[in-house]
Design a protein around this ligand. Structure first.
Ligand SMILES: *Cc1c(COP(=O)(O)O)cnc(C)c1O
Length: 213
């Protein structure tokens, strides 16, 4: 994969790239850093904790995978963003921890947009009834939404799911989070990032494509 070409393509949309580095050895990540990529995403806490100290300190690490609430303590001080906040319980424990520690973190709410029930994320209806009662707290900054489309070759299906997430983002921006920093729609992976960009993604999370020989 020509990294520069990919970066230009993403930049043309005004979007950001998260290099998903899970399962890749540290030495495979150096070329990404050298190409100027500064956001790395991991989906397992343990792997992130091992890799981070071995790489330059100006990398922003994002937690993008399913997070157990008992791992909040370990992971939060190490990341600039948690993209996978997918339940009230997780949000509550995170905001309590950050409050106690005086620690700031950015988060995305992960939404279930795929038709398969194998995918994680917040049920949109449940989320919408919770968010009415929601009040911001000082240390946890809500930056936007994250989602994963169905694993399918049906482009129209994928487009429908990404458009739904973008539409939900617009609705929340208007009704609940007018702040400038509510600016992120994280959607699109190696197989569907082009569709995601066309549907209004501001942040794509790409792994396997970056490491193709
Ligand atoms: C692995 C992963 C990605 C990247 O997937 P690729 O198909 O390798 O690009 C993106 N987001 C999440 C949450 C992931 O776990």
């Amino acid at each position: 994969m020509q990294i520069n070409k990919l970066l230009n393509e993403i930049e043309a949309y005004g979007a950001q790239l998260v290099a998903v580095t899970k399962t890749q050895p540290v030495n495979a990540l150096i070329p990404l850093f050298d190409a100027g990529i500064r956001i790395f995403g991991e989906n397992r806490v343990q792997e992130l904790l091992i890799k981070k100290p071995q790489l330059p300190s100006d990398i922003n690490w994002h937690m993008i995978g399913h997070l157990q609430s008992n791992k909040i303590k370990q992971v939060t001080p190490q990341v600039t963003m948690i993209q996978s906040i997918s339940s009230i319980k997780l949000y509550d424990q995170l905001q309590q921890f950050c409050g106690h520690q005086g620690l700031n973190v950015d988060i995305l709410f992960e939404m279930q947009i795929a038709s398969e029930d194998t995918k994680t994320g917040w049920d949109i209806d449940n989320f919408l009834s919770w968010i009415v009662t929601f009040d911001s707290v000082p240390h946890v900054r809500i930056r936007g939404l994250m989602g994963m489309a169905s694993f399918t070759n049906d482009q129209d299906q994928i487009k429908k799911e990404f458009s739904r997430l973008r539409q939900l983002f617009e609705q929340l921006k208007k009704e609940k989070f007018p702040e400038n920093y509510f600016d992120t729609v994280s959607m699109g992976m190696s197989s569907d990032y082009k569709i995601a960009l066309d549907c209004g993604s501001t942040m794509v999370r790409i792994g396997s494509l970056l490491f193709q020989k």
